[in-house]
Design a protein around this ligand. Structure first.
Ligand code: 13P
Ligand code: SF4
Length: 320
């Protein structure tokens, strides 16, 4: 039994999409890697769900022939940098990232030139061109640890997320030269509404991603990457949490701890939750179509890939 996809009226979508995706996975010798901000359906069909560090490690280790990346462009691109010989598919090639877009390569090259002798540490949420201009890549789960491994007298540029950079500065006591980028989702949480939610739910703990503004982070009892937030929510004795990150992660939090309550932190606009419009471009239908037709594929120039590979490998070697 098939239905048709309205925007692609000639394309047939099987009624049992989960079954069809499983069959294609076998056919392709493929692996589906998904980020926690993906639609619950996509998370449920994935072979591995993780934060950016976990996904990079999995991409580096897999022996599958095809990597189907349910995430955004920079994540799939990282998988391709690590696996030039593999086919890397992204269900929607337009699934970008406002943070990566906030750091154009030409402007960043000038910024870097204005700070000679600085070690460049870039958050993985950036393009391959920015990675190629960097010395070390980091993620939200290892940024503090990586900065601590750099000698104290060595000046550092940290890009592109100013909020993660400020958080790392606070944790390490180091001065970092920050690129002024931000994530459109995490900079948009409303401190005022979070405080109102705390008053309405006095037993709830605020847990937050370090991409949030400092004004939000100061209300958090725990700050960490998506995987760290998930682990914390599982282990904490609290029964309720106000979750200041993209609400896709609540699907796993709820699966892990069915008796606990997870309240998405609200944004400054009138919406109740704060979904990433880039992450949410991927759908289960598009995932199926990408696997069936082996497109859209991630490609990048070999010189850029080679230059971007080294700082990623340094990160993997420096991560515990
Ligand atoms: P992590 O899952 O690595 O914490 O990253 C969050 C994020 O914003 C990904 O786009
Ligand atoms: Fe980029 Fe923010 Fe979306 Fe993550 S949540 S993909 S950092 S825009």
């Amino acid at each position: 039994m098939f239905t048709t996809l309205s925007s692609q009226s000639s394309v047939e979508i099987p009624a049992d999409l989960f079954g069809a995706i499983e069959e294609l996975k076998q056919e392709l010798n493929g692996i589906i890697l998904a980020h926690y901000y993906q639609d619950p359906d996509i998370q449920d069909v994935a072979d591995y769900i993780g934060d950016s560090l976990g996904l990079s490690r999995k991409a580096a280790a897999t022996d599958a022939a095809v990597i189907v990346f349910a995430g955004v462009h920079f994540m799939a691109e990282t998988a391709k940098i690590l696996n030039p010989e593999k086919l890397v598919l992204l269900p929607d090639l337009d699934a970008g990232c406002s943070l990566a877009d906030s750091c154009p390569p030409q402007a960043f090259a000038q910024f870097k030139a204005a700070h000679p002798d600085h070690t460049v540490i870039s958050y993985i949420n950036c393009t391959a061109e920015i990675k190629a201009l960097s010395d070390i890549i980091c993620t939200s789960s290892n940024a503090v640890d990586i900065v601590r491994q750099i000698p104290a007298d060595q000046p550092i540029i940290f890009a592109p997320d100013r909020n993660l950079g400020k958080y790392v500065m606070a944790e390490t006591g180091r001065e970092l030269v920050l690129w002024e980028g931000a994530c459109m989702v995490h900079e948009n949480f409303s401190e005022k509404k979070i405080v109102q939610l705390q008053i309405a739910h006095p037993d709830a703990e605020v847990i937050a991603h370090p991409e949030c503004e400092p004004a939000v982070l100061r209300h958090a009892s725990y700050i960490g990457s998506t995987t760290a937030l998930l682990k914390y929510a599982r282990q904490s004795s609290s029964s309720a949490f106000i979750v200041a990150t993209e609400p896709g992660i609540i699907h796993q939090m709820q699966k892990d701890a069915r008796d606990k309550t997870f309240i998405p932190a609200p944004p400054m606009n009138s919406c109740a939750c704060n979904e990433c419009p880039h992450m949410r471009l991927n759908t289960l239908e598009k995932l199926y179509l990408a696997m069936k037709y082996r497109t859209p594929e991630i490609t990048l120039p070999e010189a850029t890939r080679m230059a971007a590979l080294q700082p990623i490998q340094r990160m993997l070697a420096m991560s515990h």
